[in-house]
Design a protein around this ligand. Sequence first.
Ligand code: PLP
Length: 363
Amino acid sequence: MVPFLDLKAVNRPYRDAIAQAMERVLDSGWYIMGQELTAFEKSWALYCGTKEAIGVANGLDALILILRAYGFDPGAEVIVPANTYIASILAISANQLTPVLAEPDPKTYNLDPNEIERLITPKTKAILVVHLYGQLADMAAINAIAQKHHLKVIEDCAQSHGALSPDGRRAGNLGDAAGFSFYPGKNLGALGDAGAVTTNDPELAERLRSLRNYGSHKKYYNEVKGVNSRLDELQAAVLAAKLPHLDPENQHRQARAAQYLAGIKNPLIELPQSGPKAGHVWHLFVIQTDERDRLAEYLKAKGIGTLVHYPVPPHQQKAYSEWKHLSFPITEAIHQRILSLPMGPCLSESETNQVIEALEAYR
Ligand SMILES: *Cc1c(COP(=O)(O)O)cnc(C)c1O
C-alpha cells in the first residue's frame, strides 16, 4: 500500500516539539495575537527573505486581504491562471474585482507570459501568479510585463513554500505581495487552518495588520471596515516548531521527484516538465495520460493512492455559471488528463519504486 499522503506520518516525527509548543500556549493563558504569532511572523519573514510577514486565518483570506488592501476600484481586472485552485479566483471575486482567466503553459501548468500580455486592458490592475504544484512561474518575464504596464504582482504561494528562484530568492519574495496557506496538507502545514502574507512594502503590511483584526490597530478603535482573520497562537506555535524541517522536507520531495522522473518511461505517461532553472518544491507530482480514470483505477487496485488536482476547471464550476459559455481548451485538456501521484515528506524510496514499477507495467 502506498498512500497518497499520510498526514499522521507527516507530523509524527515532530510530535514532541509540537506537544511542547501546544502546552506552552495552553499554559500561557493568551490565545490570540500574542508572542507566538509575533515570533512566527518574524521567522517566516526571515525564511522568505521579506521585510514583513502577517499571519492570517487561512490562504484564501491572505489573498482576499492583499487585494482589499490595495483598494482597487470595483470592476478592475486581475489576470489569473485558468487552471488554478478555485481559491485564487474566489479571492478576486470576493473583492468585486473581475478575474481574467489566462490559459497556462501546458508543459509547466503555470502562467504563460505571452498570454498575459494579450489579456491586458486599461482596466487591468494586477497579475495573480500561482506557483502551481510547487513550481515557480516565470517571474522574470512576468515582473517585466507588470513593470511595463504598472501592474501589481501578487503571488499565490499556497503550494510553493520555500521554492527558490534562479537568483536565489524564495517564493513570497518575487512580487509585490504574496499569500501563503498552511492548510495541513501544504508543504508547511498547521494542525488546522492558517495562512500568511509576505511583502516588502511596510505600508501594505500595516494595512493588512489592521484589516485582519477588525480594521483596528488599537483595541476598540476601528480605522477601516476590517474582518476577523487572525492566525491564532496555537497554530503559530505549531508552525514555528515545524518550520526548521521545511527545507529538509522539500529536499526529500525533490529526491522522490527525481526518482519518478528517472524511473517512469512508459510512453502512455507524460511527466511534469520544469524549466532548466525552475525552483520546484514538488507540493504535487502531476503526470498526464489520455485515460486518466483508467490509470487511477489501475493504481488503486495495486494499493497506490492518487488524486486529481483538480477535476473541474473554475470556469466550469457551478459557482461561476456566468462563465459556462467560455472555452479554455488547454485548461480543459489538463483537467481531463492530470493525475497526482503519491508525494510528500514521508514517501520512501521503496514506495516510490513500487509506484514506478506499477506505472511501467501499465498498458
Ligand atoms: C490551498 C490553496 C489555497 C487556499 O488556502 P486555504 O488555506 O485552504 O484557504 C489557495 N491557493 C492555492 C493554489 C491553494 O493550493
